[in-house]
Write a protein that binds this ligand. Structure first.
Ligand SMILES: Cc1ncc(COP(=O)(O)O)c(C=O)c1O
Length: 418
């Protein structure tokens, strides 16, 4: 059954909860989403409590909210609370899983062209240090990871499939579940980078079949900056030795002995942004409250509207790959550098970001691209904002009421903009 969408009234409520929408059009949710009021208040309240009563005492008083983080994140991705670790960002979450694998020379890791820059450089470092081999799988005709090529690349030396679900630089949604099925059939560890998909797509680790999943708090989940989490299936916990240990991840037994924790907290460290952990737990329950499926439908539908509008303009090239696409829309205005487009939009109080080839060495250069403008919508964005965005991109006057923007693809209009 198709997922119900959010009503106009729902969107109005979402906007009423989002102070950040007041003075800007925020199409940079893939950078950082705007936090909803309950999350903001929870973080501020905890910081106030720390200031009033002391940090350790505040942590004790906030124990319920602090602990709720694990249950809320578990509910968000269909995991169990003891399979969740709080980590300060998606990169470190991914690292804690990746560097926990006991790689041997000649071990192979499979990855794809969407892989995030920090993950890929970690693969290169492991190649240098431990002698692993990287198997880079080509895209299929749709621009997604090629499943037949992936299957064929698996050898007895394959230790890991590392896949980025949604890349930082495009609207592509990689077929994470199909990859999970292959990983399951072939008995290979599977680490999914869900940094750009958490909060914008429904995620269920049992359906996906990943053993580990890393994510950040600040993007589509709308949590505080400097927060993230790692999921590790209890079925593989024993195979993974955290690269760092401390008093949180272990029990110190005597002068010669320590024991690792028997849950995913073996990937945590003790000192942390407690207010952030509380805020992220709340962001997860806030999203669940709206229904991830409904939020996702709205985000993808609005992304599709924006993509169609941009693609209908002769002076604009849209660059998103993949069969199914999400709320991230990448494009270039012909004759204008992406940085210049960003600055022009900033002057209209519109936030976007730019994805550069320096963060996408195995994708953008291959497509002849050095940079892209990245516009990324959330459920609290509106059709009217998309329309205003289009006028700003084209730098044209607002059309008369009823005049459809997508029919105004006169190349002359874009000439004004470049
Ligand atoms: C696909 C992907 N993975 C990982 C990251 C890293 O996230 P963080 O900045 O939270 O470490 C990003 C950030 O943009 C990303 O887009």
């Amino acid at each position: 059954m198709a997922e119900a969408s959010l009503s106009e009234q729902d969107i109005a409520l979402l906007r009423a909860d989002t102070p950040g929408i007041a003075n800007r059009i925020h199409f940079n949710n893939a950078g950082a989403g705007l936090a909803p009021r309950p999350v903001l208040e929870a973080v501020k309240d905890h910081l106030d409590l720390e200031a009033e009563t002391g940090g350790y005492e505040a942590r004790d008083q906030a124990n319920d909210a602090y602990s709720a983080f694990y249950a809320n994140i578990a509910a968000l991705i269909g995991a169990r609370s003891h399979e969740i670790a709080y980590v300060e960002n998606a990169t470190r979450a991914w690292d804690m899983a990746f560097y926990a694998i006991d790689f041997r020379p000649g071990d192979r890791v499979i990855t794809g062209r969407a892989e995030y820059v920090s993950n890929y450089v970690a693969l290169l470092q492991m190649k240098e240090k431990a002698g692993i081999e990287i198997d880079l799988i080509e895209d299929d005709a749709h621009g997604q990871i090629d499943l037949s090529a992936l299957k064929a690349a698996i050898t007895p030396r394959t230790r890991l499939i590392a896949l980025t679900h949604v890349p930082t630089f495009g609207g592509l949604i990689n077929p994470a579940e199909d990859v999970g099925e292959i990983a399951r059939q072939r008995g290979v560890l599977y680490l999914l980078d869900a940094c750009q998909s958490v909060g914008q797509l429904p995620l269920n680790v049992s359906h996906i079949g990943c053993h580990m999943l890393s994510a950040t708090g600040r993007k589509f989940l709308r949590g505080p900056r400097g927060t993230g989490f790692l999921y590790v299936s209890e079925t593989v916990l024993d195979q993974l030795t955290p690269p760092f240990v401390d008093l949180e991840s272990t029990r110190w037994i005597d002068a010669h002995t320590y024991a690792l924790r028997q849950d995913a907290k073996r990937f945590e460290n003790w000192e942390r942004f407690v207010a952030g952990q509380i805020g992220l737990g709340l962001a997860a329950s806030y999203a669940i409250g709206w229904g991830i499926g409904r939020l996702s439908k709205r985000i993808c539908d609005l992304g599709a509207i924006l993509r169609t509008e941009l693609a209908s303009q002769r002076g604009i090239d849209v660059h998103d790959k993949g069969l199914g696409k999400c709320g991230i829309v990448t494009f270039c205005v012909k004759g204008e550098a992406p940085e210049a487009t960003l600055h022009r939009l900033q002057a209209h109080a519109i936030n976007v970001s730019v994805s550069n080839a320096s963060s996408a060495r195995i994708d953008l250069p291959q497509r002849g691209l050095s940079a892209l403008v990245r516009a990324s919508v959330h459920a609290y964005n509106t059709d009217a904002e998309v329309e205003a965005f289009m006028h700003a991109v084209l730098d044209t006057a607002k059309p008369a009421r009823g005049q459809s923007l997508s029919k105004r693809d006169d190349p002359g209009s874009i000439q004004n903009a470049v």
